[in-house]
Design a protein around this ligand. Structure first.
Ligand code: GDD
Ligand code: MN
Length: 364
């Protein structure tokens, strides 16, 4: 099928993190696909250590149509894409992966669809059921995608072939409208955009999801966690922010650890107050590490900062720990004499205190 050259300027937003082997083929393929259309490419690089930005720069130093935005402090696909889109000059903004999995030839089809159907946004949908396509994703990824699809459609209240795709095109004015409402959905920017404004006219164009050219996927357990807490937050209609949900889950795991240590210590005839202290410390340590990894990963502490953050976490939360231990001890000795309930009372006080500290003083 032959596609008309898109009217108006189209901005390709290309977020990158360690893609030095992929950026030049990406520029060449995109140039060839968009030929004489009025286009620009904006790379948004999270200060990749492998020299991705320099590779782009060396290659296109004389071509004003290709630009690079480098972000020093932050990491994240959705936030990079948002920053790129805010800096773009095009009437149409197209977000896509640079690793070869998104074929720039599909862009013209998406533009045609958008213009002919007068849509606000058009996304390119992977054919997940397709046998050949299953190869591009591992079996685990394939299953995760299907579960994610289902949950996303549920949250959105409408059925999409591929709500999780990272390949879409949106009108600039539409994007500027929804941008202030966007959160930080990790990888799933399309979903957040569609969620933020239910009346957007949206269509999907099927495409063949390719294989990654070089390097590896950045989709890790943190990205998945981010997505899960994002969906849960949307299910509470945003009443509980994703970070609080994550914090509560971590707290829940801490409770589990706390009880395990406590019962073990008591079984070894450690006095109640000592057992309670040790259990509280172990759980606090585990909570610190998990929150650093999951809840506050974008502000993650490393090396000595992590050590001092931990010391600070223990020091500042020692008030909470003391409150926890004394509340639990008092409750145990004076009130219930049920280890489980006494512990719960202590932890309830402690949790509130810790969340305040965590978001104000440790991961500020
Ligand atoms: N700036 C920036 N910062 N870019 C990033 C980051 C980041 O933290 N993480 C990933 N990227 C870039 C990659 O460099 C690549 O260009 C693109 O985002 C996609 O990353 P991949 O690591 O290749 O993701 P994927 O192939 O596992 O996932 C793709 O498919 C998913 C559906 O299965 C993406 O398109 C997802 O958005 C999509 O949901
Ligand atoms: Mn990829």
């Amino acid at each position: 099928m032959d596609h008309a050259v898109p009217a108006g300027r189209i901005s390709i937003i290309a977020p990158t993190f360690n893609e030095s082997g992929n950026v030049i083929p990406f520029i060449e393929r995109t140039k060839a696909a968009l030929r004489d259309a009025d286009w620009e490419i904006i790379f948004v690089d999270d200060n990749s250590a492998d020299g991705t930005a320099q590779k782009v720069f060396d290659y296109v130093v004389d071509d004003p149509r290709v630009r690079i935005i480098t972000r020093l402090q932050d990491r994240g696909l959705a936030r990079s894409s948002i920053q790129g889109m805010l800096s773009a000059k095009g009437d149409l903004l197209c977000v896509m992966d640079v690793d070869g999995q998104h074929d720039p030839e599909v862009v013209k089809e998406m533009v045609d669809r958008l213009q002919q159907g007068d849509f606000h946004i058009v996304s390119a949908a992977r054919k997940l059921g397709d046998e050949r396509q299953a190869d591009a994703l591992s079996p685990l990824r394939n299953t995760l995608s299907k579960v994610g699809n289902w949950l996303s459609s549920f949250v959105l209240g409408r059925r999409l072939v591929d709500p999780l795709t990272g390949f879409f095109i949106i009108r600039r004015e539409t994007f500027l409208n929804v941008a202030p409402r966007l959160g930080d959905p990790g990888f799933k920017l399309l979903l957040d955009i569609l969620y933020s404004h239910r009346e957007l006219r949206h269509a999907e164009v099927p495409f063949d999801f390719g294989a990654r050219l070089s390097g590896e996927s950045k989709l890790d357990s943190y990205v998945i966690w981010k997505f899960v807490t994002f969906l849960l937050s949307k299910m509470t209609r945003g009443v509980l922010p994703a970070s609080l949900i994550s914090f509560l889950f971590v707290g829940g795991s801490g409770l589990f650890i706390h009880l395990a240590v406590l019962y073990t210590a008591l079984a070894l005839s450690v006095p109640f107050i000592a057992a309670q202290t040790v259990a509280t410390l172990v759980a606090a340590t585990s909570n610190f590490l998990l929150n650093n990894l999951l809840t506050f990963q974008d502000r993650r502490l490393r090396g000595w900062n992590k050590f001092w953050g931990y010391v600070k976490f223990l020091l500042v939360s020692s008030v909470g720990i003391i409150a926890n231990v004394s509340a639990a001890t008092i409750a145990y000795e004076r009130l219930v004499h049920v280890v489980f309930l006494a512990t719960l009372a202590g932890i309830a006080i402690d949790t509130v205190w810790k969340f305040v500290i965590a978001s104000r003083f440790i991961w500020k």
